[in-house]
Design a protein around this ligand. Structure first.
Ligand code: GLY
Length: 361
């Protein structure tokens, strides 16, 4: 088993990563608790989960449309019905949506109860479960007035007490979902870890075949990168914003129903768009965008949108990004061989060019 420390003073915690560790680790949770479980994961848990006295279980249909306040209220109600008080824990078992919604319910139930994150998707293991970001989507509208989701626009920082990642769970994960997690791993590698970039390039087939040893190393390396950034900048005052590489573009694409993109797929296209911006601005060497494109394609991730939508539609959405300050759009852009920087003065022509390079009109 591997352990990744997240060092945040009195809010420090550890992420345990292993293969076949879930039954024992869930069995150790004997205090009063509410288990919030993704309904697709529930049948896979079998005897790994036992709900004891003073504990409750609620399953959740995990979709972006469902990542809203009514889902949080359902969790609060279930906790009240189970008689859980402020000393009880919430255990979120599932992908990023369950972790974010469950995490926000934990942050707010009786003004905050302990949270244990049990990510079961690669994306949640390497990203969503670490660092305490919790939240829900809000309602927004597009330029033409149609309803659309505002991604993660309401939420709270609420660090878990522990994160438990069992890579065996990835063997029953839908390949499309596995690929989504790989987009976040590539993102972490692009943030300054050339070794991880090479590891993913070399082991792409073993990763997609769900080789447990390779997956454990991948999760450990990728989670370690995120843990270090979070430990240095918990509240995204600076460096942590770099973890949003590709996400300003992705958050604009993901809610567009015509594109049918999952979060990690949108991130994959967003990484290409961000790298294209850097290329246009002379911030990366020739061949960098092609290397990233080739790697994402090798992993089976999209590198272009399948429907042609106006670049301006995406730009309007990008103006609501949480990183923006004083009305100025701030983009995370790759820089040098393996690194990134936050740029607040990218002109609209360059952003439009980058969006067109991934299929916008
Ligand atoms: N997923 C980006 C962050 O946790 O900061």
């Amino acid at each position: 088993m591997n352990c990744v420390p997240i060092s945040l003073g009195d809010r420090s915690y550890e992420m345990q990563i292993g293969s076949g560790i879930l039954k024992e680790m869930l069995g150790d949770i004997t205090d009063r608790a509410m288990f919030v479980v993704d309904d697709k994961v529930m049948p896979l848990l079998g005897d790994k989960i036992t709900v004891g006295s003073g504990q409750g279980l609620l399953t959740m249909f995990a979709s972006e449309m469902n990542k809203t306040m009514p889902s949080v209220e359902k969790i609060w109600d279930a906790m009240l019905d189970a008689g859980l008080d402020r000393s009880s824990s919430l255990v979120a078992i599932g992908g990023g949506i369950v972790g974010d919604v469950g995490g926000f319910a934990a942050a707010t139930y009786m003004r905050g109860v302990p949270l244990i994150q049990v990510p079961t998707t690669l994306l949640a293991m390497v990203d969503a479960s670490i660092g305490g970001k919790t939240g829900v989507n809000t309602k927004r509208s597009r330029n033409d007035g149609t309803a659309i989701l505002g991604k993660n626009l309401a939420g709270a920082f609420w660090q878990p007490k522990k994160v438990i990642a069992d890579v065996q769970m990835l063997q029953s994960l839908d390949t499309r979902q596995l690929r989504c997690g790989l987009a976040e791993c590539v993102k972490h590698a692009m943030l300054g870890n050339a070794e991880l970039l090479t590891f993913i390039e070399t082991n792409a087939s073993a990763i997609l075949a769900c080789d447990l040893e390779v997956l454990e190393r991948l999760v450990f390396q990728s989670a370690s990168i995120k843990a270090k950034v979070v430990s240095r900048d918990e509240r995204e005052g600076g460096e942590r914003a770099l973890l949003n590489l590709g996400h300003t573009f992705a958050h604009a694409m993901e809610p567009m129903p015509e594109l049918g993109l999952l979060h990690g797929e949108a991130v994959s296209i967003g990484l290409v768009a961000a790298a294209s911006c850097s290329e246009a601005l002379g911030m990366v060497s020739d061949g960098f965008v092609d290397r990233i494109r080739a790697l994402l394609a090798k992993l089976g991730l999209p590198i272009r949108m399948q429907a042609e939508l106006p670049a301006l539609d995406f730009i309007s959405m990008m103006q609501f990004d949480k990183k923006n300050q004083d009305g100025q759009m701030r983009l995370v852009l790759p820089e040098g061989e393996c690194g990134a920087t936050i740029s607040s003065n990218v002109d609209l022509a360059t952003i439009t060019l980058a969006l067109r390079s991934v299929g916008a009109s």
